[in-house]
Ligand binder design. Structure first.
Ligand SMILES: [Zn+2]
Length: 310
């Protein structure tokens, strides 16, 4: 093969390689659940190489000036696919990347938006919660996803919310709100005033079992307030988009209230944590996806929380 032919061959190989990369960055599937509000439905599962960590609902809201991203998914690759989905909808810049809380399936795509130079927005308690868990989260991500975890990193908030704050996207105001410790100690909701759409983060699980990594008592208090918000559309952290309201919230509240009631009863009877884990809610599995993975953990968390109650 002469030199010219060799170069042509190399050029051809590069062309095929870049076409492959372009395909690898397919856009995440999103659905417009309310005007200007686009949500992606994550898999109802734990993170696996097969789902690439795409297990949380994520999305974005478009104003006349710019775009706010709400959670970025479980990996850099998912964040990039979300960014591609945004570009298919609007050329407007991404000015805010909001994280609803610290969990890996909601934050590890943040790095995909670095070059957009957005403000990264989260609860005033988010950065510390992430820093405390950073090593464990990175290790777990690499163990669970292997090569698919590549390039994922934790990017803490550059703008924090404590109580209530607003973001202006141009012709569209988002009200952000932090809550009493519930799913975690850094939960944040996003409410689009214009379409009355509430993005709950993991304060609402639909179909998938709620996971307590904060406080079952605090979560029940938060639910009572969230119910009063009476949104027209809802994006839960996990499960079907725009679920029936308030029935979806009621189902979650019932699970958490039963959990608290049964754990308190076990403590009162003098049961050990292991006895409580073995007896509480064991026949409840039919109702919730991922019950076998998280229910026992919830009993353990609730026991540790309620043990010291008067
Ligand atoms: Zn979560």
């Amino acid at each position: 093969m002469n030199l010219a032919a060799a170069w042509r061959r190399i050029a051809f190989v590069i062309l095929i390689a870049s076409a492959t990369i372009a395909r690898a960055e397919n856009a995440l599937t999103v659905q417009q659940i309310a005007p200007g509000n686009y949500a992606h439905r994550g898999h109802d599962d734990v993170a696996t190489p097969a789902n690439g960590g795409d297990i949380a609902n994520v999305g974005f809201i478009v104003g006349t000036r710019c775009v706010a991203v709400i959670d970025t998914g479980g990996t850099l690759a998912e964040g990039r696919a979300l960014r591609t989905a945004i570009r298919a909808v609007t050329p407007l810049p991404v000015c805010y990347v909001i994280n609803t809380h610290m969990h890996p399936d909601h934050i590890f795509g943040n790095a995909a938006f670095k070059d957009d130079h957005p403000q990264f927005v989260g609860s005033v308690r988010l950065a510390q919660a992430e820093a405390a868990r950073a090593d464990n989260y990175m290790r777990a991500l690499n163990r669970e996803l292997g090569a698919a975890a590549k390039g994922s990193e934790i990017i803490p908030p550059t703008r924090t919310i404590d109580g209530i704050g607003t973001l202006d996207l141009g012709g569209r105001t988002l009200t952000l709100r932090t809550w009493k410790t519930a799913h975690t100690n850094n939960d944040l909701t996003v409410y689009d005033e214009k379409s009355a759409t509430l993005w709950t983060g993991d304060l609402l699980f639909v179909g998938c079992i709620p996971v307590v990594d904060g406080s079952v008592v605090g979560w029940l208090d938060d639910i009572a307030r969230i119910r009063q918000m009476n949104p027209r559309h809802v994006v839960p952290g996990h499960g079907p988009l725009d679920p029936p309201w308030p029935q979806s919230l009621d189902a979650e509240a019932r699970y958490l209230a039963d959990l608290a009631r049964d754990v308190r009863a076990a403590i009162k009877k003098g049961e050990t944590i292991q006895q409580a884990v073995d007896s509480i809610g064991v026949d409840d599995g039919q109702k919730w996806l991922l019950f076998d993975i998280y229910h026992r953990r919830n009993v353990t968390a609730a026991y540790a929380e309620l043990e010291w109650e008067q």
